[in-house]
Design a binder for this molecule. Sequence first.
Ligand code: HEC
Ligand code: HEC
Length: 528
Amino acid sequence: MAKPDWKRRLLVLAVVLVVLAVPLAWFGWYKFFREVDQPQWITGDPTMNFLYGSIGSESEAGMPYWIVVVLPRIFGDQYLPGPGGYASLGLPWEQGREFPAGFSKKTVGFERVAFNCALCHATTYRIDETTQPVIVAAGGSHTADIQGLLEFFSKSAADPRFNADTILTEIDLAYRLSWIDRMIYKFLAIPLTRKQLVSQGEDFAWADSRPRWGPGRDAPMNLTKFNFLGLPQDDSVDNTDFPSIWHLNARVQEGRTWPEEDYALEADFAKLDIDPSRLMLMNLAGDTTSFRSVVIDSALGLRAQNTPFFHQRMRDLEEWLRELPPPDYPLEIDTELAASGAQHFESHCAGCHATGRDNRMGTVIALEDIGTDPERTNAWTREAADGANAKVAEFDIQRTPMSKPERPGYIAMQLDGIWLRAPYLHNGSVPTVRALLEPARCRPDTFHRGYDVLDAGDVGFVSRSCAIASRPPPDGCELETVQPKCVPAGKGWKYDTREKGNGNRGHEFGTALDPDEKNSLVEYLKTL
Ligand code: HEC
Ligand code: HEC
């Protein structure tokens, strides 16, 4: 009789295991993988979705929500530049929101926080010191200190206080985690996050030996080369302003073509679901012809995962950004003065900055002609472009290739919303439009960036430190250095044009206009 008894026992054991396995598997799925849609106020509105919506990176790169909440409370005094938590890093933060723009919160098993495009592409301004900041989606952030944010995370993770005891004690002050969530934080979330942040700090260590990014910039091509592709380090410095990405369709010009050897235009557009008539040169140095490629590569850089949600999001983002109108200038414009400025724009600027079949808007203006700092364009190489294309193919994602134009330079871009795009040029080396209309030797060699009060006179942001008494302009320069407003102590970041990659030379168009003509041109530029 022993045999049937064993059989029965085995059967019972199997049943018990199955009975246990099902809830265990369900539990595992529920606690670690279950995806919950973000709330309707985010997903139902394209602007909110841009500022706070997921781009599909939470499962890979999302940090446990409570850790993101309490880190500034534990380590802020030591590793943040001032009070106010993440806001002290210049991240635009709307009143009443839980996090700054650029942070997306989504439940994948547990609540996680990842970053989206708005971390670098949402900007903020104030009309004067007394008003609340206005936050503009798709503007290039001029205040966000991304290097500071990365350092905050890596320094906190390297601190011995980054442990379950300290972090759970801090969480307890705000919220009572259930026993099971507590165990998950204690044994998984906290140690794994720490490990990830420490290794992230090591991945970004190459940036320590180069000039700082400062607010509103990062090193886009070197991030791709060294972090995404793992290419050997060189000594290039490509610190670049976060560009505005609204209304990019303005750059599309009917009938325009580019050299096939530069851009591999034989790519199978039908297969890629790309309409060739919508191609335009993208990135500040024209490294690709495809909007989709830039959007996809940016999202992959944020560690978004290749899912149907991701592809839909990329498509939606592209369509929205192509059409999104730039914000109107918020102060009064002297329309008569602007109208006379339009003529100067027509004669000196439109050939590169307005649409029309024969002009150069949207094309790369070679370094010899534009004369601006060469570091950014030279940092990107054909080898890096090939590497990026191979890497994206490994993810099984189809997109038109990245490239490297034979004659490197910078794109002559549309100037819409230019009043909100200071400081100017690809590296943010010229604080105001008026300074850009002066010969390079007359432009300020240092100034403060990252302060968000508009400089209505010169168009840009207030950029002279209050600590610096006004300086007489160099001989033969007319640039008015006495601005009525200045950047208070402790605000802004000193930009030095003498550092590598920070040069403010070149683009001397319109500098020979007389002061009245410049006044009217500046007024006109506010209308774009
Ligand atoms: C960490 C900062 C950062 C994040 C996050 C980021 N970008 Fe960017 N983006 C940049 C920088 C810097 C550039 C300029 C690149 C260059 O030098 O050419 C850029 C360029 C672009 C451009 C090209 C603009 C032009 O005029 O050609 C587009 C489009 C763009 N980003 C879209 C996105 C989208 C969409 C996302 C989110 C999926 C995103 N970016 C996330 C920093 C960022
Ligand atoms: C030969 C072509 C050309 C002409 C003419 C030209 N520009 Fe530009 N412009 C460029 C290029 C290329 C850049 C980008 C350079 C860089 O970032 O290094 C640029 C950049 C700018 C920027 C900075 C944009 C930003 O987002 O930072 C402004 C403002 C500007 N131009 C205004 C003007 C005005 C005003 C005129 C006429 C007085 C003018 N440009 C004439 C090619 C031109």
